[in-house]
Design a protein around this ligand. Structure first.
Ligand SMILES: NC(=O)NCCC(=O)O
Ligand SMILES: [Zn+2]
Length: 562
């Protein structure tokens, strides 16, 4: 099937949308130490001098909610308080009875990614358009180096991202590590606005690196104040599992799940956590899909280690049953890595996102029966997992069919960038598992904090970027490939209905989604530089000093007797 074109009204950057001068941040933002610049031509449209009032909604931040108006000028939130009066030239959006929240930030996407001999159907423009229609206003994609070169990879992503219609940041994958790559890591952090590097313990003979190189990478990350991220599956064991399935004649999509069971994710997660502890640097585990990995993260957190676990929306919402569907097109849609797990893992992951006492009992039941006693339980009043990504990485059914005779050739990845906000609202807020403030925290604020761009992003405060959604809790949604904005011809959430609808999305002060229509400007999205030494690094030096003084070594000894 041909790639679908997104249902979008394009607007071009025009004189009505003058370029944003990255150096002209309003005074109240100057202390945030954040810069942005446009990758594309200088005609960046996000700084239109529009005035916008969002009236009468419940404004929700991660720490607080109140009924208030939000006034926006030139893409920046100017004021949040009740009864703001504006002149006639301001556009007014009535949000009475609705929630006004920071736009979602997706920490994990793959747009225009070359992978497994093909390229994702969603590029930066179509993926971002889909995101905006679903209430996400910023995402962080992964630069894949070109022949191991970070600089070449970065330049390639600059070109891929030039038609961006919303703000984005970049992580950098490390697929080999020598002196030149180590130097490039410095350049990326010091000059290119990258503060996170991802290491793959999976994808043998492609992206996978050895423990030796991973250790070296952890040390380098620590010295740069960059967050080490890890894809945690044991790549050697996965290769063995794949061989075993093929020998058993299991060539279909179910072979994908069977060849890389949760133990292999648990093992690699535990290994990565221990190595990060050995180096004493924070670790971010991407796409946590299993109880096995969750257990490792829980243990590390209880011992005080700085580990962030990122579940993705597919792992929270789906189970592996579709991989056994007799129809290849249906089954292959669900192939991603680590695999979507058996039912139970998804509920455990959801429980791990909650903080309430009731939910802790659930979590204990699901996860910690063997690990947690009653006294320890009372200390666990924080969520085990603090944010949700998507790993949006779309291939259409024609591409998935590359693996019709061999599951190892099915391009790995599922959709989610457009669906994450709706699915989380319906399944977790509507069900009472989390509060509305928690929702803002896990969909937006925590991501901004971890990647050191808060409160410019992830908040509706005076001085924050005007990335805002209006969600109607009484409205409903239905997800389908026939109506989504991704270019993919399939949707792993096909037919799913729920409560709570993002009715308006505002990106950089511009209304880009309203009345079911997208109005986006290619080239208007900005590259958001992310500074190093985020809050996860606070106190790391002190812990190093305590470690050194605890060694009680070297022991001073007299000369040995002759
Ligand atoms: N997750 C997946 O299946 N595809 C994207 C690449 C990755 O994140 O491992
Ligand atoms: Zn990914």
């Amino acid at each position: 099937m041909a790639n679908r074109q997104p249902k979008i009204h394009h607007r071009h950057n025009t004189a009505r949308s003058p370029p944003l001068n990255p150096l002209s941040s309003p005074p109240h933002l100057t202390d945030l130490r954040i810069q942005s610049h446009s990758f594309g031509d200088s005609d960046c449209g996000m700084s239109s001098s529009s005035k916008l009032l969002i009236r009468g909604g419940t404004v929700v931040n991660a720490h607080h909610q109140e009924v208030a108006d939000v006034y926006v000028e030139d893409g920046i939130v100017v004021s949040v308080k009740p009864n703001i009066q504006v002149h006639d030239d301001a556009t007014v959006i009535d949000a009475t009875g609705k929630y006004v929240m920071p736009g979602g930030i997706d920490p994990h996407t793959h747009l225009a990614m070359e992978f497994m001999g093909t390229v994702t159907v969603d590029d930066f423009f179509s993926g971002q358009a889909a995101a905006l229609a679903g209430g996400t206003t910023m995402h962080i994609d992964f630069v894949i180096p070109v022949n191991g070169s970070l600089t070449a990879g970065f330049e390639a992503y600059k070109i891929k991202a030039k038609d961006s219609c919303m703000d984005y940041g970049l992580h950098m994958a490390i697929t080999k590590l020598d002196e030149s790559v180590a130097r490039d890591m410095e350049v990326m952090v010091e000059e290119r606005g990258i503060n996170s590097f991802k290491f793959f313990l999976a994808y043998k003979d492609a992206f996978m690196i050895s423990d030796e190189l991973f250790l070296r990478g952890l040390k380098k990350c620590k010295s740069l104040g960059a967050l080490a991220m890890v894809h945690a599956e044991n790549g050697d064991a996965v290769a063995e599992g794949q061989k075993r399935m093929m020998e058993l004649g299991i060539t279909g999509p179910e072979g994908h799940a069977l060849s890389r069971p949760p133990e292999l994710e648990g093992e690699a997660t535990g290994r990565a956590i221990r190595l990060a502890s050995f180096v004493n640097t924070p670790l971010y585990v991407v796409h946590v899909m299993s109880i096995d990995a969750l257990d490792e993260i829980a243990k590390a957190k209880r011992s005080g280690q700085r580990v962030i676990g990122e579940p993705v929306i597919s792992g929270l919402m789906l189970d592996d049953s579709k991989l056994w569907d007799p129809d290849f097109t249906t089954a292959s849609m669900y192939v991603m890595s680590p695999p979507i797990r058996k039912s139970g893992h998804n509920r455990a992951l959801q429980a791990a996102l909650t903080t309430g006492v009731l939910q802790l009992h659930q979590a204990k039941f699901l996860l910690f029966t063997a690990l947690l006693d009653d006294t320890q339980e009372s200390r666990l009043h924080c969520a085990l997992l603090e944010l949700v990504g998507t790993d949006h990485c779309t291939f259409n059914s024609t591409q998935k069919a590359f693996g019709i005779d061999d599951f190892r050739k099915i391009p790995n990845g599922v959709n989610g960038i457009e669906e994450r906000m709706h699915l989380l609202w319906d399944s977790m807020v509507e069900s009472g598992m989390i509060s509305v403030t928690d929702y803002v925290r896990i969909t937006s604020t925590e991501c901004a904090r971890i990647f050191n761009i808060y409160p410019r992003k992830g908040a509706i405060l005076a001085g924050s970027d005007a990335d805002i959604i209006v969600l109607n809790p009484n409205s409903t949604f239905e997800l389908s490939a026939t109506s989504h904005h991704s270019r993919s011809d399939t949707n792993v959430y096909e037919g799913r209905k729920g409560k709570g609808k993002v009715e308006v999305t505002i990106a950089g002060g511009r209304v880009v989604w309203q009345h079911g229509e997208l109005n986006v400007v290619p080239g208007s999205g900005r590259y958001i530089e992310m500074p190093p030494f985020g809050h996860l690094f606070d106190g790391i030096d002190k812990a190093d000093t305590s470690y050194l003084s605890s060694l009680n070594a070297p022991v001073k000894r007299g000369k040995a007797a002759t």
